[in-house]
Design a protein. Sequence first.
Length: 372
Amino acid sequence: MIPTADFKRIYAGNKEAFDLAFRRVLDSGWFILGQEVEAFEREFSAYMGGGHTVGVGSGTDAIEIALRSLGVGPGDSVITVSHTAVATIAAIERCGAEPVFADIEPASYTLCPESLERVAGAFVSKKPKAVVAVHLYGQPANMERILEITQKRGLLLVEDCAQAHGAADRSGKAGTFGDAAAFSFYPTKNLGAFGDGGAVFTRDAHRAELFREIRQYGWIERYVSVSRGVNSRLDELQAALLRVRLRDLDADNQRRAEIAARYDDALRGTSIIPPAVSPATLRHVYHQYVVSCARRDALKAHLNANEVATAILYPVPVHLQPAYLHRYACDPAGLPHTEAAAGRILSLPVYPELREGEVAQVTAALKCFSAS
């Protein structure tokens, strides 16, 4: 079976460098917020083209800390999408704020600017304070339009970049547009650790200091809390391993794009719709290769029978899940594109360690289904 990710191959592909990083941490005897975290923060900031990175415990923590640094808290509402990981919503709730759901664009599955505009104008008595724009599946959201709307309406902007390490549009890299950006280093991400981890990024030095304060109990000096913080720290081992993986991120993203191009060719002229790439997108990093198919369940069964694993991200939109049903407000026009996508989407294997024979196996299975 061709899986949707293969961590053994990731380790085997750079075993010596990973082992050296692991031993370096053990030999140092320092395991929390030490030289490895500081070095990774510098290196990731340089990768982003300058700015400030603060390592934290997870991508969910990163969104929460970004929002809290902007003053989002109880009584506030935050506009985001329902077609996302529940982590996005959980982070908003952990600030004490409430999410308000906007719809997605049907082709890119990212935040729809027209829906954002509608939602931002609909709640006059309880004006939203911020937007969390999710760069989904490896493609940036329509940041030009989203920025126009947030700036016009005085909304703060946090970018959820959990699936967009290295993605870019014509104006810059995902994570460099808003007031703050959140990254996840969960093992399956394009830049994944060998455990959990995350980071918050900003161009603003003062805001970066707030990130550091919040991530460790509100400390400015040890054992003295000047504000109410949390315990969310990227550990030394994960930082050391991430430093190894960061060196290969662009090459890995290029390999994902090459595999995606092979799939695109295989699907040309079929009833299976490949991922749409926005004209504004400079670099789609294909965290997921998401097809749309009216016979999605049949396609999934066919691929499984041909030893190709698939995944559905996300089978139930957040606003329709039991914990959230009828709990939070949505676009007055509804979320038709969000709900339609849930019944049609399917993710194919697209990780960089896929071998040529396996790519061919996937494309053959896709062609076979289309011919049936």
